[in-house]
Design a protein around this ligand. Structure first.
Ligand SMILES: [Zn+2]
Length: 238
C-alpha cells in the first residue's frame, strides 16, 4: 500500500515540472523581446532620429529577434529530440533482442522505488502486456509520450511570444509625444518586465520580489547602456 501511494504522488509532480519548464522558456523569451527591442529603439531615439527611423528600428528588431528565436529553439530542441529518439531506438532494440532481461530490469526499477520483488514483477508484467515500450520509456528513460521534444512547436511558440512582447515598446512609441518617447518606451517596458518577472518567479515557485527585481534591474541597465551609446554616436556621427 505504501508503495502504491509513492507511484500516485510521483506522476503528477513530473507532469507539473514539464509544463512549467515550457512556460518559463516562453516567459524568458518575452523578457528578451522587451529588453532587446526597447534598448534598440531607445538607442536609436537617443541619437535624435525621426519617429519613423525609431519605428523601423523597432519593427526590424521584432522581426530579427523572432526569427533568431525560432532558429535557435529549433536547433536546440531538435538536438534534444535526436537524443530522445536515439534512446527510444536503443530501448526498442533491447526489448526485441533481450525481452526477459528487459522485464527483469523494469521490475528492478519498481523494487528500487519501494515495491516488494514479487509485486514488482507482477507490475512489470502487467505494464509490459499493456504497453511494453511505453513502460520502459517512462520508468527507465523518464520520457513521457506527451512531453517529447517538438522542435517545430518550440520554434513557433518562441517566435510568436517574442513578436508579441516586442510590440510593447513599439506601441509605447506610437502613443508617445516626441519629447516623451524615451521615458515612455522605458517605463512601459520596465512595467511589463516587472510583471513578467513576477510571473516567471511564480511559475518556478520562487519568491516574486527578487525575481521581478532581477529582470527589472537587468532591463534598466540594458536600456541605459544603449541610450548612452546611441547618444554618443548621435553626437559624434550626426
Ligand atoms: Zn528497458
Amino acid at each position: 500500500m505504501k508503495a502504491k501511494s509513492a507511484i500516485l504522488t510521483n506522476r503528477p509532480e513530473m507532469h507539473r515540472s514539464g509544463r512549467t519548464g515550457w512556460l518559463r522558456a516562453a516567459v524568458l523569451g518575452s523578457d528578451d523581446a522587451i529588453v532587446s527591442t526597447a534598448s534598440l529603439m531607445i538607442g536609436v531615439a537617443a541619437a535624435s532620429a525621426s519617429k519613423q527611423a525609431v519605428l523601423v528600428a523597432g519593427v526590424a528588431g521584432l522581426v530579427a529577434g523572432a526569427m533568431s528565436m525560432a532558429v535557435g529553439e529549433y536547433v536546440s530542441v531538435s538536438s534534444q529530440r535526436d537524443a530522445e529518439q536515439a534512446d527510444i531506438g536503443l530501448e526498442r532494440h533491447e526489448l526485441d533482442s533481450e525481452p526477459q532481461a528487459e522485464l527483469q530490469e523494469l521490475a528492478m526499477i519498481y523494487v528500487k522505488r519501494g515495491l516488494e520483488e514479487e509485486l514488482a514483477m507482477k507490475v512489470a508484467e502487467q505494464l509490459s502486456a499493456h504497453d511494453r515500450l511505453g513502460a520502459h520509456m517512462r520508468d527507465e528513460l523518464g520520457l513521457d509520450q506527451a512531453s517529447l521534444a517538438r522542435p517545430l512547436q518550440a520554434a513557433w511558440i518562441s517566435a510568436a511570444s517574442f513578436a508579441c512582447f516586442a510590440m510593447v515598446p513599439i506601441a509605447a512609441l506610437l502613443a508617445a509625444p516626441v519629447a516623451l518617447r524615451i521615458p515612455l518606451i522605458a517605463a512601459c517596458s520596465l512595467v511589463s518586465l516587472t510583471i513578467l518577472g513576477a510571473f516567471g518567479g511564480h511559475l518556478g515557485g520562487a519568491p516574486l520580489g527578487p525575481a521581478a527585481l532581477r529582470v527589472t534591474v537587468g532591463g534598466t541597465l540594458a536600456m541605459a547602456v544603449t541610450a548612452l551609446i546611441g547618444r554618443i554616436l548621435g553626437v559624434s556621427v550626426g
